[in-house]
Every structure is written in structure tokens, then in C-alpha cells.
Design a protein around this ligand. Structure first.
Ligand code: SF4
Ligand SMILES: [Zn+2]
Ligand SMILES: [Zn+2]
Length: 311
């Protein structure tokens, strides 16, 4: 039986189906890091004086992001620190916080924790219970996503970040493209990209250096790095449209390798063509944050709960 070999002569470990490459462990790691570096350079994601805040949940994507950026930082004159949001889900969040603390510590990166309880006066559990007691039938993830996004921006401003890097990978992005198409939300779809099309006052720009790395490759990268992975599942997880879309896209990708890349690249091209079509930036009339609506989603959620958005 012939053993497949990488170009470098070592034993093959990974077959990248969409490109046909056969890679050993070392070349696989390097190729993932090179793709991220190429994305950063091509898209101009960071400047030399940037202070980059990595949104570090403790999940595999953000661990890979922190690890790769910490390597790149040594070559460039940027500064990196990590922030983990503690939503306050007992029995689940502690694990992610510990992983985040441990990996940031091993990489020698400044790490801060910001909690819902401190920022909103209530943990996610308390918010969810309050909503249930009022008969509000929204998912925990709805509150969590909106409040976390806002808190990440506030933390970035507070700690002097000039960019926020998030761990969105190719699969996340292809799923979002699909979901936006299903909803007919072209404006949102073309705003998707490695960086914002327009800089908005009061909003620290978010960048996605892992946008062209498939989820599977991130999982392998993190495994080879020896980082721990979450074992528990958040108790608020419910089957969502995104889960259905994930299954559909994985099935298509299996039969037609490269589909997820093509979807994301198509949107990149459309974004370039339609850049001027991004509407005017509005600001929430209650909290003053940038928002596509008169009252932002966060103020709307806090107001149905009877909580104040003034902090
Ligand atoms: S699963 Fe939902 S509720 Fe749990 S941490 Fe993730 S977004 Fe928040
Ligand atoms: Zn090799
Ligand atoms: Zn608002």
C-alpha cells in the first residue's frame, strides 16, 4: 500500500478536497496561518498601530484566531488583547472562561472578562427568567446575541481598541449568505465581509480574519495545537434555521467541494459592485448607538423586559 505524501516529503495528514492539496500536519498548520495572513494583507484588515481586541469566547474559532494573531503580531507593530464576555449561564460558561483564561495566559496575551451582570445589572439567566415570567417567548440566544454584540463594542471603546477581531469562519459566513438570501435581505448580505463597508461613529470596526477558513480546518488546527475544546452545550441552545442551513450546505459541499467558497466569494464581488448602495447610517433615538432602525434591537429588548437602556 502506498502512503500518500505531502510535497515536503512527510506523511500526508489532510486532503483539502476543494483544492486537491495533500498536506502533512506541519504544512497544514502553515497553510491555515498563511491564508489568514493573506486575508489580512489583501483586505487591509489591520494597520501597524492598531490595538486589536479579540472577542475570545473560549470556543475553537476564537482560540484559533487568538493563536494565529498572536504569531502575526510578532511580525507587525500591532497590539493584541482579548476580551471574554461572561453572559452568566451557570454550569456552562465557566468552562469557556477557564479555557479562554488558560490559552490567553499561555500565549502571554492580556485578557479581560466583562459580564452581563455588571453591564446590564442581570445575567443572561436572570434576563431569560424575567422574560419567561412576563410571558415573552423569545429564545435565550436572541437576548444573548444582541446584548453580547453591544457589550463587545462597549468593551472595545472602554479598553481603547481600534479594531475588534471575531472568529467567524467560512461555514458561518456561507450560512449567513444563505439565510440572507432566504430572507431577501440583500442590504445585509452585501454588508457581510471581512471588514465593514463604512466606518460608523461610535462603532469600533469588526474584522473577520478567518472568513476563508472552513470550520473543519479550524477544528483540526485547534486540535493539533492541543487546545481544550468545550465539552458542554449551552442549556439555551435550540434547533434553529441556521442548523438546517448548516446541514444543507454540508451536504452540498460534500458532493460539490468548494461551494461554500464560491458563495462567499460571490458576495464579495457583489459587495464591491454595490458598495455605494449601503444606506445612510442611522442612530438609535434612545441610546444613540448606530442602528439600521429608529430604536435599536437592544433598546427594544430591554424595554419589553422593563429594563433601562441607560447605563
Ligand atoms: S447558545 Fe445562545 S444563549 Fe448560549 S451562549 Fe450561545 S448565543 Fe448565548
Ligand atoms: Zn508537508
Ligand atoms: Zn438603542
Amino acid at each position: 500500500m502506498t502512503v500518500m505524501q505531502c510535497n515536503c516529503g512527510r506523511e500526508a495528514f489532510y486532503w483539502r478536497r476543494h483544492s486537491g492539496e495533500v498536506l502533512c500536519k506541519k504544512c497544514f498548520m502553515k497553510s491555515v496561518e498563511r491564508t489568514v495572513l493573506r486575508t489580512i494583507k489583501r483586505e487591509g484588515l489591520f494597520g501597524p498601530k492598531d490595538r486589536i481586541m479579540v472577542a475570545l469566547s473560549g470556543g475553537k474559532d476564537s482560540l484559533a484566531l487568538l493563536s494565529i494573531l498572536s504569531k502575526i503580531e510578532r511580525k507587525y507593530d500591532t497590539e493584541i488583547f482579548a476580551v471574554t464576555i461572561d453572559e452568566g449561564v451557570r454550569g456552562y460558561r465557566e468552562e469557556g472562561l477557564n479555557i479562554a483564561k488558560r490559552v490567553a495566559g499561555e500565549l502571554g496575551i492580556e485578557h479581560r472578562i466583562v459580564s452581563f451582570k455588571e453591564a446590564y445589572g442581570n445575567s443572561l439567566e436572570e434576563i431569560y427568567n424575567l422574560a419567561s415570567s412576563k410571558g415573552i417567548k423569545l429564545l435565550g440566544c436572541t437576548f444573548c446575541g444582541v446584548l453580547r454584540r453591544r457589550l463587545i463594542n462597549e468593551a472595545a471603546i472602554k479598553f481603547g481598541a481600534t479594531k475588534v477581531a471575531t472568529g467567524h469562519n467560512l461555514d458561518d459566513e456561507a450560512q449567513t449568505v444563505f439565510i440572507n438570501l432566504m430572507r431577501g435581505d440583500v442590504a445585509r448580505m452585501i454588508r457581510l465581509g471581512t471588514k465593514p463597508l463604512k466606518v460608523r461613529e461610535g462603532f469600533v470596526p469588526r474584522v473577520k480574519p478567518l472568513r476563508y477558513i472552513p470550520e473543519k480546518e479550524i477544528a483540526i488546527y485547534v486540535y493539533l495545537k492541543g487546545y481544550p475544546l468545550y465539552e458542554r452545550e449551552c442549556p439555551y441552545v435550540r434547533a434553529s434555521l441556521r442548523d438546517e442551513v448548516r446541514d444543507i450546505l454540508n451536504r452540498i459541499e460534500q458532493r460539490h467541494p468548494g461551494t461554500k467558497f464560491s458563495m462567499v466569494r460571490s458576495v464579495d464581488k457583489l459587495s464591491k459592485l454595490l458598495k455605494g448602495e449601503v444606506g445612510e447610517i442611522k442612530y438609535c433615538k434612545r441610546c444613540g448607538s448606530p442602528s439600521g432602525r429608529e430604536v435599536c434591537r437592544m433598546c427594544e429588548l430591554l424595554s419589553i423586559l422593563g429594563l433601562s437602556s441607560e447605563r
